[in-house]
Write a protein that binds this ligand. Sequence first.
Ligand SMILES: [Zn+2]
Length: 476
Amino acid sequence: MEKLKIYLVVFISFLLVFPQTIFAQTNKTLSKSDQTADLLIVGGTVVTMNASREVIEDGAIAVKNGEIMAVGKSSELAKAYRAKQTIDAKGKVVIPGLINTHTHVPMSLYRGIADDLDLQEWLTKYIFPAEAKNVNEEFVRAGTRLGLAEFIRGGTTTFCDMYYFEDVIADETSKAGVRAVLGETLIDFPAPDNKTFDEALVYTEKFVKKWQGNSLIIPAVAPHAPYTVSEEHLLKTRALSDKLNAPLVIHLAEAETETAFIEQKHQGIRPIEYVEKIGFLSDKTIAAHVVQANEKELDILKMRGVGIAHNPQSNMKLAAGVAPVPLMLKKDLRVGLGTDGAASNNDLSLWEEMDTAAKLHKVFSKDPKVVSAEQAFMMGTIGGARALHLENLIGSLEVGKRADIVIAGFESLNQTPSYNVYSTLVYATKAEDVQTVIINGKTVMRDKRLLTLDENVIKKDANLYRQKIINSLSGN
Ligand SMILES: [Zn+2]
């Protein structure tokens, strides 16, 4: 009895002094079997795009509150988590959501309006007149919804846009549950939404302040290009980007005509040297195209931490030239892929951009070893995230990142057989193979069914606009 008393006293004293030992142990045991997740994806081939490029066969991902909580083997995660919803991804591939680093989403209504023309004729005879006569808030809403539906169907979960009425684009995009960097365009001639540069600057500041802090929308300042915005105005946009801590999106070094124009206007210096010289570039800049760039200019972009949107199909279609992507990759620049607007592509599929990027640089450099399938897939995912300065948030399937996840079929005819996962993804997989899309933890397409947009209404609206646009161009 006496002995028992002593034991009890010792035990109670131990608990008083080290209560955490016993309770911590209990908690640990609980956490192993009883962690809850909103969503568990099991059984698929998980292509993480983490630093070691881990690919997990029979892999799983746990998601809670829009964030990735765990990535690992299905057997482990299925034991550790109790999930509200489980998706069986057996026979499928689970990848980070694709990132389109440059587009003009409402221009999907101009898909195919005029093809096979040189840039100046295409712009001045078709795009500018069609924009002047048709672009208003309702047009932008309809075009944005059309583009968003195509993005989701093709597994694009984030896009970087430049257009007018960007506030309306933000509204439609957030309603559809898609992530985006949205840049209101500032240009030195009257635009559909703002008639002067100063008005556009006021609009942009208001727009950025309104959307900052939104879980999906990152509002940005987007001066159109060095040849359409004066030096003074470029610097005003840079100052606004600094003041608001907002991304600064621009078309840069796209074509020979731009280089010739800048050289002539600014004592023989080229576009990238020019924007560097005036102090425009920053680590918030996202530059689209960067075709006209030599090694010295790429070093400037690297030094400034500028993100680059490479648009292989648009550059090919408008015969703008070939960006020095193998050198960008060698120098580890922040380079991602973009479709540009649908009028110069003519679709919004990142799968095609990855495929084209890998092939274009081989034929151009006469070296099949440049831009491998894995590098192309990198540019479509984590590279795109780096180009948008969002690599801490998205671009790979890693614990702590937002849950932007795409599940694609991996057993279609065009994917069979598969010897290498990156090869199958880049050279053989199509937008149609995408089945389920999750953005910020929320499912926006399940088994090919769009959950946030009405495809039939979108197509009907787009066809109505087609007739309006035709009439406007023929003077009716
Ligand atoms: Zn563009």
